[in-house]
Design a binder for this molecule. Structure first.
Ligand SMILES: *Cc1c(COP(=O)(O)O)cnc(C)c1O
Length: 341
């Protein structure tokens, strides 16, 4: 257990905030008459959602074997990234440290909050250079370090994550949006060891619920409470909370879909080997590939002409395009176009 004092890292105005407490959600009733929230007595969705996400957190708690008091639910992990920055980073003063290249949203929310975004440039294998990390951390003392593993858009897992946690004096967020596709161990088991660690996961990728907008932050109870203090009270709607409760009762479907995607990932990789237009396929531990083409510009525009949308990563990553694994039918449509380039 490291002894980082979380309260010392929190912005002063935030530590003075009182959480909005919904009386109805924080007490048990047998047959309540609800006249407290100006809702309509009519309709199926006339009631506000549970602001504490009680049932959902208990279900996830049982599934992951982690205390519900260490689980915070967000309107997508995007909202959680935004909130974590707001809790700890003083505008115009504090800095966040992000890997480069990595997920753009860390820098986006930091910029909205007027925080400096320090770049930790990855090496040719998209790994962090530990010496560079130590230099930046010692010189700039970033308030938050954002690690993404497996990393988007590169697809690789970050090695020795514990080293970065141990050498950070601020908050460390490990974004595990793609962890289900990876054989890498989750950092979840480290949250009791490091009070400054936050692990993000999401229902948007392997669980197939991008439209429902549900993300999870696992952390120390202290940090979970801070997230519940600053979040919008009804951040996760009734439909989405119910949907996730249902899907957690259908683990077999989840597992089957995951296996199918992993099978298709292997199939695509085999197809890529035979394609003239590709110069390199980077190793992936996620549901997407980062691919280097001989002429990415031409490939990208040809695909668009055929209404196949991919993620343009050049020129930041020279000649590279990111594309995700689809169904067999979708993957065949892609390969048939690439074959003729
Ligand atoms: C897709 C993705 C997410 C998911 O964000 P949601 O808001 O939960 O949909 C988070 N982090 C990374 C790195 C991603 O690629």
């Amino acid at each position: 257990m490291t002894t980082i004092n979380i309260q010392k890292l929190v912005r002063k105005n935030i530590s003075e905030l009182k959480p909005y407490i919904s009386f109805r959600d924080n007490n048990a009733f047998e047959n309540p008459l609800l006249m407290d929230a100006n809702e309509s007595p009519f309709g199926e969705f006339n009631r506000y959602p549970d602001s504490t996400h009680k049932n959902l957190r208990e279900k996830i708690s049982a599934f992951k074997n982690i205390s519900a008091s260490q689980i915070a639910i967000g309107n997508g992990s995007d909202e959680l990234i935004d909130l974590i920055i707001k809790i700890f980073c003083e505008p115009k003063k504090d800095a966040v440290l992000v890997m480069n290249p990595s997920f753009a949203m860390y820098g986006f929310y930091a910029a909205i909050n007027e925080n400096k975004v320090l770049q930790l440039n990855l090496n040719d294998d998209f790994e962090i250079v530990q010496e560079d990390f130590l230099n930046i951390v010692n010189t700039n003392q970033p308030k938050i370090l954002f690690l993404c593993s497996p990393n988007n858009p590169t697809g690789n897992s970050i090695n020795e994550i514990e080293f970065y946690i141990q050498n950070s004096a601020g908050i460390v967020v490990v974004d595990e949006a793609y962890i289900e596709f990876s054989e890498q161990k989750s950092c979840l088991e480290l949250i009791d060891k490091y009070s400054n660690l936050i692990v993000l996961q999401t229902f948007s990728k392997a669980w197939g619920l991008a439209g429902a907008r549900v993300g999870i932050a696992y952390s120390s109870v202290e940090i979970t409470n801070l997230i519940y203090t600053v979040k919008s009270p009804f951040n996760v709607n009734v439909l989405s909370q119910n949907l996730v409760l249902e899907i957690l009762d259908q683990i077999e479907d989840f597992q089957n879909n995951l296996n199918e995607i992993l099978k298709e990932r292997a199939w695509l990789k085999d197809q890529f080997i035979n394609l003239e237009c590709i110069s390199k396929v980077f190793p992936t531990y996620a549901n997407f590939f980062l691919i280097e083409f001989k002429n990415a510009e031409e490939v990208y525009s040809t695909l668009i002409e055929r209404e196949i949308l991919t993620s343009k990563r050049f020129p930041q990553i020279p000649n590279c395009i990111r594309l995700n694994v689809g169904s067999r039918h979708e993957n065949e449509r892609l390969i048939n176009v690439l074959k003729n380039i």
